[in-house]
Design a protein around this ligand. Structure first.
Ligand SMILES: [Ca+2]
Ligand SMILES: [Ca+2]
Ligand SMILES: [Ca+2]
Ligand SMILES: [Ca+2]
Length: 401
């Protein structure tokens, strides 16, 4: 019923507004032709949509160019019956009409259901109401249609010709070169390990799993290799030598013992260094402490000096003479970093001195550290009844992949 009413009104309008009809003619002609084309696909839908849109639109802007609309309307019904039409064409028609009449005409065309957006377009059209703009609109839309259809035919990924929408086309199915089989330029994160560029590519956003966001393999362990020694302080010829290394994979993380006016007994404490995911990278954790053999037989007051959590012994200072009188241990953490190019590295962080332990005899000796880039991994003592000399054996550290 509505359909009828609309059409009729449209016809009436057409007849009534003879003058405007001329102007409309151009616009409507465009619309008509396109409409005809439009009739390619969906005849029925078109009709149906016509009703809906018509209803809405009519209420809003009946005024404007009823003529133009009318024309369109008249065309539409017939067209719709024919039924064929590319959706796109229909769209263009709709827009055209919309601009001019902004009335029911549009609704019918746009109604085709190609898009809801059109409806809104029609609304604007009514506001504008210029035939020119209408025509341009219709043209552009028709062009768009043409492009889309043509592009669908021509572009073939793999024909060794870079077509529209292709970033590259090397004509092969190899995904590990610079151009993937999807005709996309290889990049980190596409899930393909580009030869010579990506060390890995897990296509996720997790930086500290096995493969970083820069497609670099992440570190898994900390390696320790026996390195140099610190100097020994005290009487380097006294007592007997005791070189006690930490178990494999462990570093010195503190000392304990018994002290009187000088150090009577000492034993190192070792912990396992390992990598743990932290933030977007890794941190070094120290776990599983164990003690080294206790050397010396004297001392009355038990003591313990442990590095802060996850830090290790890198040096010491204190006082000494014929024996080891006082010790102040120096600790530092290991810090893992990721460079801009994705390379991972590990280095010592800022040092911390623990509280001094022991007497004030002897003479102060200079800060005594492991060689640069090394951490303590062995107690190097000389002892008889008391601790004659104290030193530390060190190891280089690195990342294991
Ligand atoms: Ca191609
Ligand atoms: Ca390729
Ligand atoms: Ca890749
Ligand atoms: Ca990852």
């Amino acid at each position: 019923m509505k359909r009828f009413a609309l059409v009729i009104s449209g016809l009436f309008a057409c007849g009534g507004t003879a003058t405007e009809g001329t102007e409309t003619a151009s616009g409507s002609s465009t619309g008509a032709s396109s409409t005809t084309t439009a009739s390619t696909t969906e005849g029925t839908p078109t009709t149906g949509s016509v009703d809906e849109s018509t209803g809405e639109l009519t209420g809003g802007s009946t005024t404007g160019s009823s003529t133009g609309d009318a024309t369109t309307m008249a065309v539409d019904p017939s067209t719709s019956d024919t039924t064929v039409g590319a959706t796109t064409d229909a769209t263009s028609v709709g827009e055209t009409t919309g601009t001019e009449g902004s009335t029911s005409g549009e609704g019918s065309t746009s109604g085709e259901g190609s898009t809801s957006g059109e409806g809104s377009t029609s609304g604007e059209g009514s506001t504008t109401g210029s035939g020119e703009s209408t025509s341009s609109t219709s043209e552009s839309s028709s062009e768009t249609t043409a492009d889309s259809s043509s592009s669908g035919e021509a572009v073939v990924c793999g024909d060794n010709d870079v077509g529209p929408g292709e970033a590259c086309d090397d004509g092969n199915d190899v995904d590990t070169d610079e151009c993937t089989s999807m005709c996309l330029l290889a990049e980190c994160g596409d899930g393909f390990v580009q030869v010579g560029v990506d060390a890995c590519d897990d296509a996720n956003e997790v930086n500290n799993d096995l493969c970083s966001n820069k497609c670099v393999v992440t570190p898994k362990t900390i390696t320790l290799v026996a390195g140099g020694n610190t100097n020994q302080v005290g009487n380097v010829n006294g007592g007997s030598p005791f070189n006690d290394p930490c178990p494999a994979g462990k570093v010195l993380i503190g000392f304990q013992g018994f002290v009187g006016s000088y150090h009577g007994r000492i034993q190192g404490v070792c912990g396992t260094v390992g990598l743990v995911p932290a933030m977007e990278g890794f941190s070094v954790a120290v776990t599983d402490p164990v003690t080294l053999p206790q050397r010396g037989l004297q001392g009355v007051t038990q003591w313990m000096r442990m590095c802060p959590t996850d830090q290790m012994i890198v040096g010491f200072s204190g006082r000494s003479g014929g024996l080891v009188d006082q010790l102040t241990f120096t600790c530092a953490p290991l810090v893992v970093s990721e460079a801009n190019d994705g390379a991972w590295s590990i280095a010592l962080g800022a040092t911390t001195n623990l509280a001094a332990i022991g007497g004030n005899g002897g003479q102060p000796f200079a800060q005594t550290n492991c060689p640069a880039g090394q951490v303590g991994t062995m107690q190097r003592l000389r002892a008889g009844d008391g601790i004659d000399a104290f030193g530390v054996g060190c190891s280089t550290f690195g990342l294991g992949f």
